[in-house]
Design a protein around this ligand. Sequence first.
Ligand SMILES: Nc1ncnc2c1ncn2[C@@H]1O[C@H](COP(=O)(O)OP(=O)(O)OP(=O)(O)O)[C@@H](O)[C@H]1O
Ligand SMILES: [Mg+2]
Length: 438
Amino acid sequence: MFLVLELHQKNIANHYAMVETICNINTKHSVIFIATGCHMNSEETLAVFERLAEDSQKSLKVDRNKITVGDAPNGKYFRTYNQREACDATELNHRQMIKTIDDLSIDSTDGRKFCIDINDVEKIREHLFVDERLVRTTFNKAIIVAISNLKGGTGKTTVTTTFSTGLCTETQKRYRVLVIDLDPQGTASMYLKPNISDDDFTVGDLLIGNYALDEGETFEELAKATCYPTNTPDLHVMPIRPSDRNYEVVSKKKQNNEEEKGREFIVYEDLKKIIDAVSDDFDVIMLDTPPNFGALTISAHYVANSLIVPVLPSQNDRDSTSKYFDFLTEAYKVIQLLGHKGYDSVNVLPTAVDIHSNAQTSIASKVRIASSNNCFSVDFLESEAIKNCAEKQNTIFDQSASEYDATRSSLKSIQNSTRTLIFALEAQIQQIWREELK
Ligand SMILES: Nc1ncnc2c1ncn2[C@@H]1O[C@H](COP(=O)(O)OP(=O)(O)OP(=O)(O)O)[C@@H](O)[C@H]1O
Ligand SMILES: [Mg+2]
C-alpha cells in the first residue's frame, strides 16, 4: 500500500523519519512524498528520487513474493481445470474424459470436486493427439516473430505473453514456444519468470559475453540452459534484466572498434548466434522488443521471419505507427543489404480495441483497411480481465475461469475472442510450413 504525503517543508529526509514515527509506518507501507509549494535544491531532489526508487522497489518485491509461492518452476501456480474446462481443452466429452483419466491414472479429485492441472491436460493431449506434434518437419524453420512498434504502451508485451501462452494452452498441436525478452524493462520476464535470481543467466549475459563456459561446455548448451521453463508446459522464456540495457553501449563500442579497423560491423550477429543455438528446440520464438530503435530492436527485426505490429485504436497512435512504418521502410533497406531474406508474414494488429466505442472500432477498421492483407481476421479486444490478470502478472491463459477471482464471464469472453486470434496465428504458421515443403 502506498501512503502519499504532500509536504510543504523542504528537508525531505528529516520529515520522512518524523512522519514514519508519527504514523508508525512499517514495512507494509511505502511512503511517497510529493513536495509542493517549495523549491528543492539538487540534493533534496536527488533524495526524492532515491526515496521513490527505493519505495517502488520495496512495493514490487512484496508483490513478487506474493506471486512466486506456486508449484511451477517459475514460482507461479500451474493452471487448473474443472471437468467442463478440461473437456473443452481436450475436445473430449465427459464420459471420454473419465475414461481417459482412468486409463492414464490421473488423479482428478480435489476434495469432492473434479480438478486437474495443465500438466494433466498436456498428458491427455499427448495421449490423444499422438501424431499432432509432428507438425514441423526437419525441412521447416522455426517461426521467429518480432513484436514491434516504436511507440510505447501499444500492447507489445501483452501480445507476446498472451499469444505465446495461448499457442501452448489453446491449441492441440503442443507447439514448443520460446519468448526472448529483448526489452530491458523486463515486463515479459516478470510475467514468465517472476522468480528470476541473480544467479540466473539472461539474454543480456549471452549478448554481452558476460559468462565463462565450464570445461567442455559449449555456447549452445549455455544458451539452451538460459531458456527457463514456465508454469505452462512447452513454454520457455529467455529473460532479461534492466542492466542488460548495457548491451546498447557495448554494441556501439564494438561498432566503433570495427569501423576504426576498417571492418564491417554486423549488429545482429550476437542475437543470431543465440537464435542459431536454440532454434532447433522450438517451433515458435517470440521476441518482445523495446519502444526504441537500438541494437536490440534492429537485431530482432533481422533475426525474425515474421512481424506483428500492435497498434492502439487512437488517432495519435495511428499517426505514430504511420511514422514507424516510414522508419521501418528505411531500416529494412539496411536489413535487406545485410542479407535479410524477407518476412513470411507481417501483421498489423489493432490492440485493446473497446468494442463499445464507436471511435475505437472505426479507427481499428481504418487501420485494418489500410493494412489490407497484412492483418489477422480479428482485433485484440480491450478487456478488464486482461488488466486484472496483469496485476498478478498473468495472461488470460494462465488461469481458467473456475479459478478466477473476478467476473468469470469477462475472463471467458476475452479468452474466447483471443482464442480466434491464436488460431489465426496458428493457421499462418501452418501455411508457412506447408509452403516451405512445396
Ligand atoms: N487488450 C487489452 N485490454 C486491456 N488492457 C490492455 C490490453 N493490452 C494491453 N493492455 C494494457 O496496456 C498497458 C500497456 O501494455 P503493454 O505493456 O503490453 O504495452 P507495451 O507496448 O509492451 O509497452 P512498452 O512500449 O512500454 O514496452 C498494460 O497496462 C496492459 O495491461
Ligand atoms: Mg513492453
